[in-house]
Design a protein around this ligand. Structure first.
Ligand SMILES: Nc1ncnc2c1ncn2[C@@H]1O[C@H](COP(=O)(O)OP(=O)(O)OP(=O)(O)O)[C@@H](O)[C@H]1O
Length: 413
């Protein structure tokens, strides 16, 4: 088991991880999710002893990584697939790692087979594609047949078949009773791969629960209702009637209404009773991707500005309509509205925290992410009430590269 308690990491005045406490249990795949720069890699480096926590601690099987007996045989990790000597053959790369850890050479050939690189074993890794590099990194993680495995974005650059292979590999490693901790940006992929999810934003814990609980807490059903575009007053009329009947109504970007709290037949009856024609009445379920976006939207550091494409766009011909955005399909700035529980938490709380105090800054639950005694929360700047999170007007500076040097990452394997 991996256990973090009050884990905090500061780089100068930058707080990368703040008071993070969680457990990663054996026999399950635990997904580690968070937006760019939220502290996933930093946390993984601290787990692997590549960075020292500023405060708190993290242990594997009760030991900090550096004190773990025979660590390379107990813990395997893929942190940075590019942390490879490009001039070495794939097999030689693995062989050198194996020799450093007292792992027999035959194991190298076994893992090359497991990751499907046996045919390119004698090729220099600098000629490898992104996906082949990921496979080589996974082979290195598996080398010591460890009980604890950490993967930082293992599906990065893999084709659909590779993604499926990684998914099945993670599951089978967990089914063998191993501890599998895997970071990703892809909620949809994690929903298929992981049993448990830990979500962080700006270095703080946002959610710690099983995928099953995450789905039931966040996949609210809703109805999409459209009235004739040509008669906006009908939309207003229906909206008031639905609200009066106890529904919760929110506008969609394309002019439709998103209704929760009323079953479809009731919506239909209300429309009929108020003499409003409908162009659409359809059942929907908020996707996990939407729930994740909603959960992390206050903790996103790097956001694109709208590309104005000044002078590049063809003017629309007179009378033509711009293309309709499709809800949930990633149009810039579109987020699902909050789930139906009005006045409740915007998202479900971590396990074992019933009756938590109100959400902390950036939607972080005040419980697990709350400032430890005597330590001010560096993120505790009040967000403007009711306002969307501020968007930078210019692209922010590129975050500095993580500190883990290739040699260090190799040590961790
Ligand atoms: N060595 C370092 N020195 C200074 N700042 C750092 C260092 N390593 C990470 N950071 C900062 O800490 C924050 C967390 O970075 P980290 O790489 O852990 O995030 P992440 O969640 O892994 O991001 P991504 O999903 O983009 O890989 C970022 O703001 C980053 O700039």
């Amino acid at each position: 088991m991996i256990e973090a308690v009050g884990l905090t990491k500061r780089y100068g005045d930058k707080t990368a991880v703040y008071n993070l406490s969680f457990q990663v249990r054996p026999g399950a795949v635990t997904g580690f999710l968070g937006p760019n720069g939220s502290g996933k890699s930093t946390t993984m480096r601290m787990i692997l002893g590549l960075d020292n926590p500023t405060a708190g601690q993290v242990t594997i099987g009760g030991y900090p990584y550096r004190k773990l007996p025979n660590a390379p045989r107990q813990v395997g990790a893929l942190l940075d697939a590019k942390a490879v000597h490009g001039g070495r053959h794939a097999r030689n790369h693995l062989l050198s790692l194996a020799q450093l850890s007292g792992i027999p050479a035959r194991r190298v050939d076994e893992v090359l087979g497991v990751v499907g690189l046996q045919d390119v074993a004698k090729k220099r890794s600098k000629g490898f594609s992104l996906g082949m590099g990921q496979r080589l990194g996974i082979a290195a993680a598996l080398l010591g047949d460890p009980q604890v495995l950490l993967f930082d974005e293992p599906v990065n650059g893999l084709d659909p078949e590779g993604i499926l292979w990684v998914r099945n590999l993670m599951k089978s490693l967990a089914a063998e009773g191993r501890t599998v901790f895997v970071s990703s940006h892809l909620m949809s992929e994690m929903a298929l791969t992981a049993d448990h999810l830990i979500v962080i934003g700006r270095g703080q814990l946002l959610s710690d629960m099983s995928v099953k609980d995450f789905i039931s807490a966040n996949s609210a059903d809703f109805a999409r209702v459209r009235t004739p575009d040509t008669e906006p007053q009908l939309r207003e009329k229906l909206s008031s009637a639905l609200t009066g009947a106890g529904g919760h109504v929110l506008p969609e970007q394309d002019g439709a209404l998103r209704v929760t709290g009323l079953p479809l037949p009731r919506i239909s009856d209300i429309a009929h009773d108020t003499d409003v024609r409908l162009w659409e009445l359809s059942p929907h379920q908020a996707s996990l991707e939407e729930a994740y976006m909603r959960m992390t939207q206050g903790a996103v550091d790097y956001r694109s500005t709208i590309d104005q494409k000044a002078g590049l766009m063809e003017p629309l011909p007179p009378g033509a309509q711009p293309p309709m955005p499709v809800p949930g399909q990633g149009q810039p700035g579109w987020y699902a509205p909050p789930p139906p529980q009005q006045g409740g938490q915007p998202f479900a709380m971590p396990q074992g925290q019933p009756g938590l105090p109100p959400a902390g800054p950036y939607g972080a639950p005040a419980g697990p992410g709350a400032a430890p005694a005597g330590q001010p929360n560096p993120y505790a700047q009040p967000a403007p009430q009711g306002a969307a999170p501020a968007r930078p007007t210019a692209a922010p500076a590129q975050p500095s590269a993580p500190a883990a040097a290739p040699t260090k990452s190799e040590d961790a394997r």
